[in-house]
Design a protein around this ligand. Structure first.
Ligand SMILES: [Zn+2]
Length: 225
């Protein structure tokens, strides 16, 4: 990840009138901007109605229309929320991305989508605050979780949050939950996205897995010295 020229100029300016040890100390600034340009997890909260990417339907030559009318607002919601975080905040107001973005390299992600429970899940009358026995514990209906991930990933790519959604090598958690009913749920429909650079994800040791070949080598691969 190289430092953009206008940010280097900003650093040089800071170096000419700095106070050692303070926030504008160029050594600290340089470390912040060049070293680990981004400290992950990058956390993005999006409010809006999560929707999948519509499959394109053809209505004759040159007329492709996205079948899901909800998709555009959702992707725009995600994109707007992501841009607020990854946009450059240099004094030049350059309109580009902050140093370190788009995230590049192996990424680990987490996406928890929040939905509002339909009124029909509740009892009536004086028990209107109680759920019916057959109310599902988590949103089991459409949209598909995998399709929500897909449209949200696309929006993150267009916002410049990551280089490409192919960079995601692992999902720690992907879930659909009801508002307020999960530790990671929002209080209204939307999503909480967390993205780590794999190299920075060191808080929890990863499980050691013994390679299959080390425990049970197929007979034809055994070599005696
Ligand atoms: Zn800038």
């Amino acid at each position: 990840m190289s430092t953009p020229p206008h940010v280097l100029a900003w650093l040089q300016q800071a170096a000419t009138n700095h106070t050692p040890g303070t926030i504008d100390d160029p050594d600290r600034l340089r470390a912040r901007i060049q070293g680990a340009a981004v400290t992950t997890p990058l956390t993005i909260k999006v409010y809006g109605q999560p929707a999948p990417q519509g499959s394109k339907k053809s209505y004759g030559p040159g007329r492709m229309v996205e079948s899901s009318k909800k998709v555009k607002p959702w992707r725009e919601d995600v994109r707007a929320a992501a841009e607020q975080i990854v946009r450059c905040t240099c004094p030049d107001d350059c309109g580009g991305l902050a140093p370190g973005y788009p995230l590049d390299g192996p990424l680990v992600a987490r996406m928890v989508f929040t939905f509002a429970r339909p009124k029909g899940h509740y009892r009536t009358g004086r028990n209107a605050h109680l759920l019916r026995d057959n109310a599902p514990a988590q949103p089991q209906g459409t949209p598909d979780l995998s399709k929500l991930i897909r449209s949200t990933e696309d929006a993150l790519t267009s916002a410049g949050a990551w280089r490409d959604d192919a960079r995601v090598v692992e999902y720690q958690r992907a879930a659909k939950v009801w508002a307020g009913e999960d530790p990671e749920a929002l209080d209204a429909p939307g999503v909480v996205i967390r993205i780590w650079l794999l190299e920075q994800l060191t808080a929890e040791p990863r499980p050691v897995v013994v390679p299959y070949s080390a425990t049970t080598p197929p007979a034809h691969t055994i070599h005696q010295p």
